[in-house]
Write a protein that binds this ligand. Structure first.
Ligand code: AMP
Ligand code: MG
Length: 520
């Protein structure tokens, strides 16, 4: 197995001089060297063929003993020194101090076809940043991260990727509900891949320590490798950096809203500096459309990270990043301008995205009202988001009386739809029809375009849970079935029709389906 290793993060940025793997506060460094923990009886459960190819690996490579040993922590890639990154973060609105890679260990960077990829193992053991936890991951959360990363990639949502999913043969103790009922679960390691795993928190921790020298080094490093389009220098460069990060983060969160993804823990340590979805924990997919929904039970009281507020939380997080970059700029006006731009663009970008979901591709006056009405109705009648938008594409101009037949499959409680709500839906469809008549596009073309934006198959919460339940019993087939299906989320795939269905009743209030904890 030959990987084209080309390390930059660990070569160009300062390391923690202490080499002992003990939990501690790290100063004046961007990372700490640490070796992954050896695993007892590792077994690869799945490999992403697409990601292997991106790294220049063949099928045989991915099946080799060397691959197994490297991707589960038992062997270090020759001439590399694995490391954990130093970062801090704001968690649920409060500064949390040092966090860091408590259970992720970076193996190396690989360059293939001119693309740079950092490879890291999640769940590979303790690091100086593990605080009071074990540095390990369980199969349950690893399956969730594995499947969702690739599903998001195929949906066209910016995301970190995965290369492999493995069990370690070790047992890991977890208290899923934090109620004193800890139990052993299968340990697992996911190999994650991204151009870089730098987070907002990597900048915040250096600013918090007043370490402006390394703050500048990290900002310059980020621009040089990941924002080469920034040609200006000095303060201008750091303002441009914030602006570019803000644009990418906006694109990411608008995509989340489009597909109904709720991250669940949008702390600043979980915000990628490249605008990638990162750290799949207690995330969830909207089933019935509900702006107030969050899957994360830890957030059930205040619902800070609920679906409807995700774009605003990105802005809040960008404020923290702006504060962290301030020492390099020492002037607030231009930073504020970037943040104000986000605010303005986001409202427009959101409406523009939503109108495409209903098949309108150029904004016209009052389209936002059509969307507002729709959002209200979707919530009044407990409507499945994915099924609604997918089936709406079957609407034909002029045939307003068909509306019920087209969308009724998306209602969770058909009997509960009162006449009043039915009348409102009817009125909405009349307005929608009037608006569609102003478009040149025919029904067929509109349908095709809508279907390329509104997925048919998403990783519903209960689907991941079924794969987990089977895997706990030693049956890993469903992982591959879902993986294969989610490679083509926008295509009709008749053999997977059973997955184009509403959440079953048993999953409505089940742990792991509608309620997730951070325990992973
Ligand atoms: P999260 O909110 O899950 O992204 O994690 C927040 C912080 O906790 C990060 O610094 C993680 O590395 C750390 N962390 C989470 N789980 C573990 C674990 N099992 N062992 C060590 N550190 C962990
Ligand atoms: Mg995290």
């Amino acid at each position: 197995m030959k990987l084209n290793i080309n390390n930059t993060f660990s070569e160009e940025l300062p390391s923690d001089p202490i080499l002992e793997n003990s939990r501690r506060q790290v100063r004046n460094a961007c990372f700490s060297y640490v070796t992954p923990k050896k695993t007892r009886n590792p077994e690869i459960l799945h490999v992403s063929e697409e990601m292997s190819k991106e790294l220049g690996l063949s099928k045989e490579d991915a099946q080799s003993e060397e691959f197994l040993q490297i991707m589960t922590g038992n062997k270090v890639i020759e001439q590399t020194k694995p490391y954990a990154m130093h970062y801090g973060g704001h968690q649920f609105g409060n500064w949390a101090g040092q966090l860091g890679d408590g259970r992720a260990i970076n193996l190396a960077e690989v360059v293939h076809n001119s693309n740079r990829w950092a490879i890291q193992l999640k769940g590979a053991g303790e690091t100086p940043y593990s605080r009071n936890a074990d540095g390990l991951a369980v199969l349950r959360s690893s399956i969730r991260e594995y499947l969702c990363s690739e599903a998001m990639y195929h949906l066209g949502v910016p995301t970190t990727r995965v290369l492999s999913l493995a069990i370690t043969g070790d047992q890991v103790l977890r208290d899923v509900l934090y109620n004193g009922n800890a139990a052993y679960e299968k340990g697992a390691v996911v190999c994650r891949v991204a151009p870089s795993f730098i987070r907002f928190g990597n900048f915040e921790i250096l600013a918090a320590h007043g370490d402006h020298k390394n703050l500048k080094l990290l900002a310059d490093y980020t621009i040089k490798h990941f924002y080469p389009e920034i040609k200006v220098s000095g303060k201008e460069a750091y303002i441009a950096l914030l602006s570019e990060i803000s644009k990418r983060s906006l694109k990411m969160v608008i995509d989340w809203q489009r597909v109904g993804f709720v991250h669940g823990v949008m702390n600043t340590d979980n915000m990628s500096i490249l605008g990638l979805t990162i750290d799949y924990g207690p995330y969830g997919w909207l089933e019935d459309y509900d702006l107030g929904w969050t899957p994360n039970t830890t957030d059930s009281q205040f619902k800070r990270y609920k679906y409807g507020t995700q774009p605003e939380i990105v802005l809040w997080n960008l404020y923290q990043l702006a504060n962290a970059l301030y020492p390099l700029i020492e002037e607030t006006d231009s930073l504020e301008k970037v943040l104000n731009d986000y605010q303005e663009t986001y409202t427009k970008a959101y409406v523009n995205m939503m109108i495409t979901k209903i098949g309108l591709f150029f904004y016209q006056e009052n389209d936002h009202l059509l969307i507002q009405d729709l959002e209200e109705l979707l919530q009044l009648s407990e409507t499945d988001m994915t099924i609604f938008f997918r089936n709406l594409a079957n609407f034909e101009k002029g045939k307003t009386s068909n509306w019920y037949a087209i969308i009724n499959d998306s209602f969770y409680n058909l009997h509960d739809i009162e006449n009043d709500i039915k009348n409102r839906w009817n009125t909405w469809f009349l307005k929608y029809n009037t608006r569609l008549k102003k478009e040149q596009m025919g029904d067929k073309e509109r349908k095709d375009r809508m279907n390329s934006i509104n997925p048919k198959y998403v990783l519903r919460n209960y689907m991941a849970q079924l794969a987990i339940d089977n895997a706990d019993k030693g049956d890993y087939n469903l992982i591959d079935e879902l993986y294969q299906m989610l490679k083509n989320p926008y295509n009709e795939q008749p053999k997977y029709d059973k997955w184009f269905a509403k959440r079953p009743d048993w999953a409505r209030n089940k742990i792991g389906c509608s309620m997730l904890s951070c325990s992973s």
